[in-house]
Design a protein around this ligand. Structure first.
Ligand code: KG4
Ligand code: ZN
Length: 345
């Protein structure tokens, strides 16, 4: 059973965790949301500088909380792709330096594989194959999980990620950043049937629609047009939030359930920050139950960015003998199907 110390700095959370296989020993996260809020989105340079300030104290905190000494750590891991390059570099450099100084193996981890592994932390008995709906600020993907490092990307967004759509609509409604949790809260008291909004469907050249790909830019534009027509001093923000949220939840639920049925997959897991959305959870749960499918929702703390999920993915790779080179660079983009490029042969 491998004990991994992992670092995650791909976006605006500095995170360090220590995980024994699928058991969390410590999991600390320092959010930068208050620093970026004023700009309405993540400012990459600010993110990198803040990671630099926070990373060392956080590593010490993770070791203290886990009550674990360096001798008990088998390997050191860090998110190496995809993400903001400057931000990734801080975590990867910290992890590689520790790997050299403490003479431990180093593993670079794919951020999305980490989100998939969050479900193993909450459901240690879960076994592939299963379908993962990954919905975050930067990604919206339906991924068929076959085994550790073995993924097939079956559906994606053609434009905005689901979380990005929440954040952009929240900005339109002048609600603040990040928009997802605010819209989720407002939607609870709104009428979801107040406005009819379009589900983003992708037309196929031969007719019909793409079964698993989706689009959110048309939905965002529809909300923008509505807002332009409504009285700005009496904007029904709760109804708009509820109608928007229901449309996103419906779109994601249709695609996910269709995909699971087509591929004859019984287990669905959900990951990424938007997995925290109460409307999506309720919708997906209800639709899955009707079809006799099971949906696993990791606890919210494991849905948003954290290093425990990165450590858990690294532990599985470590057990299979996978190691990364100390010359491994960081990459802003890397498809989930290319996870194994992070490891030496
Ligand atoms: O996975 P995550 O923490 O970071 C990455 O993007 O990797 O996801 C952040 C995204 C943001 O867009 C945020 O608005 C969204 O997740 N989010 C939510 C909720 N909580 C966070 N979206 C909808 N409903 C929520 N309750
Ligand atoms: Zn993420």
């Amino acid at each position: 059973m491998a004990t991994i110390l992992a670092v995650e700095t791909s976006c605006d959370e500095t995170a360090v965790a220590i995980v024994k296989n699928r058991y969390i020993c410590s999991n600390v996260v320092a959010s930068q949301i208050s620093l970026h809020g004023a700009y309405g989105g993540v400012v990459p340079e600010i993110a990198s500088r803040e990671h630099l300030v926070t990373i060392n104290p956080l590593i010490t905190q993770a070791l203290t909380e886990a009550d674990i000494s360096w001798s008990e750590i088998d390997a050191i891991a860090a998110t190496a792709a995809p993400g903001l390059v400057g931000a990734l570099l801080i975590g990867v450099t910290a992890a590689k330096t520790l790997a050299i100084v403490k003479a431990k193996p180093f593993l670079g981890v794919h951020h999305l594989e980490g989100h998939i592994y969050a479900s193993y932390l909450s459901e240690p008995q879960l076994k592939p194959p299963f379908l993962c709906l990954l919905v975050s600020g930067g990604h919206t993907s339906l991924i068929l999980v076959k085994d550790c490092g073995q993924y097939e990307s079956v559906g994606t967004t053609r434009d905005d990620a689901a979380g990005e759509a929440f954040d952009k609509v929240a900005r339109l409604l002048k609600l603040g950043y990040p928009g997802g949790p605010i819209i989720d809260r407002l939607a609870k008291t709104g009428n979801a049937a107040a406005f009819s909004l379009p589900e983003g469907k992708i037309s196929l050249p031969g007719g019909g629609y793409h079964p698993y790909d989706c689009s959110f830019s048309g939905l965002k534009t529809a909300v923008m047009r509505l807002v332009d027509k409504l009285d700005p001093d009496a904007l029904p923000v709760e109804d708009l939030a509820a109608s928007f949220q229901r449309t996103v939840a419906r779109t994601l639920t249709h695609k996910t359930i269709n995909c699971a049925l087509d591929y004859r997959i019984e287990n669905i897991v959900i990951g990424g920050g938007v997995a925290a959305n109460s409307g999506l959870r309720a919708h997906l749960q209800e639709a899955a139950a009707k079809e006799g499918l099971r949906v696993y929702f990791p606890p919210l703390k494991l849905c948003t960015d954290n290093a425990a999920m990165i450590a858990c993915a690294a532990a599985d790779h470590f057990a299979r003998g996978h190691r990364s080179s100390l010359a491994l660079g960081v990459q802003s983009r890397l498809a989930i199907t290319e996870v194994m490029k992070l490891y030496r042969n």
